[in-house]
Write a protein that binds this ligand. Structure first.
Ligand SMILES: [Fe+2]
Length: 233
């Protein structure tokens, strides 16, 4: 199994603080059946700003320690980019996931479809493929709300207005058509981020949206919440 989203590198973001903690996480991941991990520390202006070389170096140093400790886990450097006004600057010299051309992108919880479309289009134009991190945790991909008023209680003009509203799936359709990848958090399917994210995750899985999965692990203790019988593909 491959973990496509993991905050395992020490001292770069809100993941482990020391390399010893990283090694514990790696051992736990290996025990859970993972053979490879994409190391995806946050890149958020003003909060976590380690540069690409720091990420590559941290991954290489940790890999060496894992080899010495006989922990058979292959590490690949990557990043979890945040969609804000600084993204386009960071994309001048991006760090994709390992040897792939995927750029992992995290959305703020509340964001407009237009900003998402612009960012993903920009990534494609630069020759990369956006991988949307945990879409189930983003409000815009949420489950459609049940209509409180019956369709029959609407006046004709209300029905017309309802029918002309954009469809729930339009942003997903756009991103799929653009060729984006979608990474689900394994913890979302068991309610680790609340019932709304869980419902959305199961809805998106039914729609066969997901192309990749990851733990989004930030500490060794987090792995105990992941069920062993989850489907990882
Ligand atoms: Fe993350």
């Amino acid at each position: 199994m491959i973990d496509f989203h993991c905050h395992i590198l020490p001292g770069l973001d809100d993941g482990p603080k020391t390399i010893e903690e990283s090694i514990e996480m790696a051992a736990a991941l290996q025990k859970a059946g993972f053979t490879a991990v994409y190391c995806t520390p946050h890149l958020i202006k003003g909060a976590y700003e380690a540069d690409n070389d720091a990420v590559r170096t941290a991954a290489a140093v940790l890999q060496k320690r894992l080899n010495n400790e006989n922990i058979g886990l292959e590490l690949f450097p990557g990043r979890e980019y945040y969609l804000d006004e600084f993204l386009s600057g960071y994309l001048e010299n991006p760090l994709p996931l390992g040897g792939t051309n995927f750029i992992m992108l995290e959305f703020p919880i509340h964001i407009s479809a237009e900003l998402i479309k612009d960012a993903c289009f920009l990534i494609k134009r630069r020759g990369f493929v956006p991988m949307i991190a945990h879409p189930e945790r983003c409000g815009i991909f949420g489950m459609p709300q049940k209509r409180k008023t019956s369709w029959f209680q609407f006046t004709n003009s209300q029905r017309k207005a309802e029918s002309s509203k954009p469809k729930e799936s339009s942003i997903l359709d756009y991103l799929k058509d653009l060729g984006c990848a979608f990474q689900g958090n394994l913890g979302s399917f068991i309610g680790l981020y609340g019932s709304q994210a869980q419902k959305t995750a199961n809805h998106l899985r039914k729609m066969e949206i997901y192309t990749h999965f990851g733990t989004d692990l930030h500490s060794q203790s987090g792995i105990k919440y992941l069920r062993e019988d989850l489907s990882f593909k």
